[in-house]
Unconditional design. Structure first.
Length: 268
């Protein structure tokens, strides 16, 4: 079966509002959207604002759906040893959960925070902090009718498939699924097909973007060195019935998203 590719608004965050970005993407035939909730693109602090209503109506007008709402990882850290920092992050994710419920999204994406590049924490310290935050957010999400997507992230405390499996088992919440990002996996040297296989019962969204070897990028498909044929074959073999989302960060996000979709369609 052909994949109905979704698209992420990450690449539009500085240049277009979420309403405008989704309208432009819809004009190119996209009907599944993932939203980065970051100023000036979309403000999660003004609950029920005219911008929120316009976005909800704009998504409905496309006949499509909002797959998930994300926060920028660089701004919110669930892995800090400073309680003030984690409380700020938990509060922001809580507002994102409420925004997702208002907009009709099923998911909010959560990462495992950020590790300090120069000062390694004692093993287990940051892991405990993130696990506690994840449980709190999962419980709040459940009360709002929202599920969480835990994302593999190169700078996170749980960056690979095995560590994600461990924290999900530890937290024991059944409303936490996985978004598996292929470029993020490659950035740490993980084989995306193996990661998808390991998390196959938890993965509900797959992110596709390209990258050169040894670099952390979200480049247009075909511009880097990732071989997408085995990845798409794995998705097919697993009979994956979730959403596959193109996530491109470039100077021309609209054209590159469209070209990436075309490129992927020729590979499967």
């Amino acid at each position: 079966m052909p994949i109905d590719y979704g698209v992420h608004t990450f690449g539009f965050v500085w240049d277009a509002t979420a309403v405008d970005a989704i309208a432009r993407l819809a004009d190119q035939g996209f009907r599944k959207f993932q939203l980065l909730a970051s100023d000036p693109h979309f403000n999660i602090r003004h609950h029920g604002s005219t911008d929120w209503i316009a976005l909800r109506n704009g998504i409905a007008a496309t006949g499509g759906k909002l797959v998930a709402l994300d926060l920028p990882v660089g701004d919110y850290n669930l892995a800090s040893p400073l309680p003030d920092v984690t409380e700020f992050a938990v509060g922001a994710y809580g507002r994102a959960i409420e925004a997702a419920a208002f907009l009709g999204s099923r998911y909010v994406t959560v990462s495992s925070g950020r590790k300090h590049a120069l000062i390694a924490a004692t093993p287990g310290v940051l892991e405990d902090i993130v696990a506690d935050c994840l449980v709190r957010l999962a419980d709040h999400a459940a009360a709002c009718g929202i599920r969480l997507l835990f994302e593999n992230h190169p700078i996170g405390v749980f960056p690979d498939a095995a560590s994600i499996r461990s924290v999900l088992d530890r937290c024991g919440r059944d409303n936490v699924d996985v978004v598996y990002d292929v470029a993020n996996a490659r950035a740490i040297g993980e084989d995306p097909s193996a990661g998808l296989e390991m998390l196959k019962d938890r993965v509900r969204v797959v992110h596709l973007s390209d990258a050169d070897h040894g670099k952390w990028q979200h480049a247009p498909i075909g511009s880097g060195q990732i071989d997408f044929r085995p990845i798409l074959k794995t998705i097919e073999d697993l009979r994956f019935d979730g959403d596959v989302v193109i996530e491109i960060i470039s100077e021309n996000p609209l054209a590159d998203a469209v070209a990436s979709r075309t490129r992927l369609q020729t590979l499967l």
